[in-house]
Ligand binder design. Structure first.
Ligand SMILES: C[S@@+](CC[C@H](N)C(=O)[O-])C[C@H]1O[C@@H](n2cnc3c(N)ncnc32)[C@H](O)[C@@H]1O
Length: 245
């Protein structure tokens, strides 16, 4: 398990980069759609970036859960200084048992943390157990079929190694936050087949892998050439699934 406690503050700084604001947030916003009035369980909520996003976009109720006590401390500090009514808890997404179901379960950078297909299945069980029938899971993930050179992504603020990771291999993501030391997070490679198996075992539809895109204003500002490598070899992806009825 990566030591997320140690990098929590630097991760907060990384969230200011265009690759976060104008690629992942933009793409996740489109995946979430209109969340006004909905209840949302945000698994691997970190320091609350998407939990706040959901509330600021009209979600009626948001619970954020993260395994890192330091991430939750940072989330709670922001809730304290600017209250949005978000309920944050420390917990392992493999073993969350809340006595309610939600309209959306969110997992931005959740599933890549599972060591293997069994770990993935445990996370998917949590997702399924907290969704109403037909309701939706949305996620962001390292692209399991990434085909580029992970080190060629440095100009976007985020590199990966190794390029040829196989099922269960450690995958290191290196982050370059503005005005702070770079840091690494450890995740694990799993195949598309492992994801499909885990979702099916949990009673979820096979994940639909949804390509990310760059906010048009950002693309216009930086030029298409700047983002070409990223979009030709997307290192990250959205995903969506539904609870089977
Ligand atoms: C890259 S951060 C993303 C945080 C947040 N979703 C965001 O997008 O800003 C990944 C998060 O996953 C959390 N995490 C890793 N394994 C977890 C698990 N088994 N259960 C809950 N959270 C986990 C880490 O503590 C970390 O906060």
């Amino acid at each position: 398990m990566a030591d997320f406690d140690a990098v929590a503050q630097r991760y907060q700084s990384f969230l200011q980069l265009p690759v976060c604001r104008d690629v992942e947030t933009y793409s996740f916003e489109k995946l979430a759609g209109d969340c006004r009035g909905l209840s949302i369980l945000d698994l691997a909520c970190g320091e609350g970036y998407y939990s706040r996003f959901f509330r600021q976009h009209g979600a009626a109720r948001v619970i954020g859960v993260d395994i890192s006590a330091e991430m939750i401390r940072l989330a709670a500090a922001q809730e304290h200084s600017d209250p949005l009514g978000i309920d944050y808890r420390v917990g392992d997404a493999c073993d969350v048992k809340l006595k309610e179901r939600f309209d959306i379960v969110s997992g931005a950078w959740l599933l890549q943390n599972a060591r293997d297909s069994e770990g993935l299945r445990a996370m998917c069980m949590t997702i399924a157990q907290h969704l109403k029938p037909e309701d939706v899971f949305i996620g962001l993930n390292i692209n399991p079929t990434f085909s580029g050179d992970g080190m060629a992504l440095a100009k976007y603020g985020h590199t990966f190694r190794p390029n040829d990771a196989k099922e269960g291999d450690a995958l290191y993501s290196r982050f370059y936050p503005p005005a702070a030391e770079p840091f690494e997070m450890l995740t694990y490679q799993k195949s598309l087949a492992s994801y499909a198996w885990a979702f099916e075992q949990a009673g979820l539809t096979s994940p639909e892998w949804v390509p990310v895109s760059v906010r048009p204003e950002r693309l216009a500002q930086d030029g298409a050439d700047f983002w070409a490598y990223f979009l030709q070899h997307p290192p990250i992806t959205g995903l969506r699934s539904r609870a089977m009825s």
